[in-house]
Ligand binder design. Structure first.
Ligand code: ADP
Ligand code: ADP
Length: 228
């Protein structure tokens, strides 16, 4: 079965805003899906629904064929989430920031060390385990945030405009590195962006969305993008 399956999902917020209407989507193994569309079209809402950060108003969502909501603990371990802000703890070293998701599931600092170092290596920051976030550039903070999201080896990585606040050169570098990591580690990705460039460069499926009221208007499958 698909990793995640949405059927005719809609979301209306408490204030009456219809943010998403009739969305259907199957996320497969090793998919790299972009949600592409203008500001306000419901991309973040769709991502947050998949993450279980907000509840759907109608429709059906399943995780590996299990109705979502019945498997909360399992979802946490199978999901990594990267926000536009790196959201690191400023008082904690890079190592401890990346350890956090494991710590929350009861893994000691010592036991976590090899996995934390692997995650930092993945994003090219093995030499920075012992520094504090304030000593890092914006791009490096984002790399730490990616390492933290991947440290539990999730099957699905959710990214909400992760590189939007970074300068162009840093962004290109991160796009390239994200692609290499994804190719090697074979998780699935949903990547929210309003950049056509990013969606075409990164994804094999582009879900195109339009505002009023948050609807999917097209899905583009890229058969032969860049060499993968
Ligand atoms: P849910 O149904 O997922 O619990 P709510 O409608 O209760 O969502 O709103 C969640 C939070 O989002 C509230 O704290 C609210 O203040 C905030 N919020 C309200 N309107 C907006 C908006 N237009 N954009 C972003 N956040 C908003
Ligand atoms: P995008 O990520 O494509 O910019 P969003 O999913 O953030 O769009 O928002 C879709 C619509 O829902 C927008 O009109 C936004 O203002 C509204 N919205 C987002 N979050 C909330 C909330 N918590 N409460 C009320 N309205 C919201």
């Amino acid at each position: 079965p698909p990793l995640v399956s949405l059927r005719n999902v809609s979301k209306r917020f408490a204030n009456g805003t219809l943010a998403l209407q009739g969305m259907s989507l199957d996320v497969g193994e090793h998919d790299f899906i972009s949600f592409l569309g203008p500001s306000g079209c419901g991309k973040s809402t769709a991502l947050r629904l998949v993450a279980g950060l907000t509840r759907l108003s109608s429709g059906d969502m399943r995780w590996s064929a299990t109705p979502a909501g019945t498997v909360a603990g399992k979802i946490d371990r199978d999901l990594g989430f990267v926000f536009q802000e790196p959201t690191l703890m400023p008082w904690a070293k890079v190592f401890d920031n990346v350890w956090l998701p494991l710590k929350l599931t009861g893994v000691s600092r010592d036991a976590a060390a090899p996995v934390v170092h692997q995650a930092l290596e993945m994003v090219g920051l093995s030499r920075f385990a012992d520094v504090y976030p304030r000593e890092l550039s914006g791009g490096m903070k984002m790399r730490v945030s990616i390492a933290r999201a991947l440290v539990t080896r999730p099957r699905l990585l959710l990214m909400d405009e992760p590189f939007a606040a970074l300068d162009e050169m840093t962004r290109i570098k991160l796009n390239n590195d994200l692609l290499s990591i994804w190719r090697e580690h074979r998780f699935s990705v949903i990547f929210v962006t309003h950049s056509v460039y990013e969606s075409v460069y990164l994804s094999n499926r582009i879900v195109v969305m339009a505002a009023r009221p948050g609807r999917v208007i097209d899905e583009i499958r890229i058969e032969e993008p860049y060499p993968r």
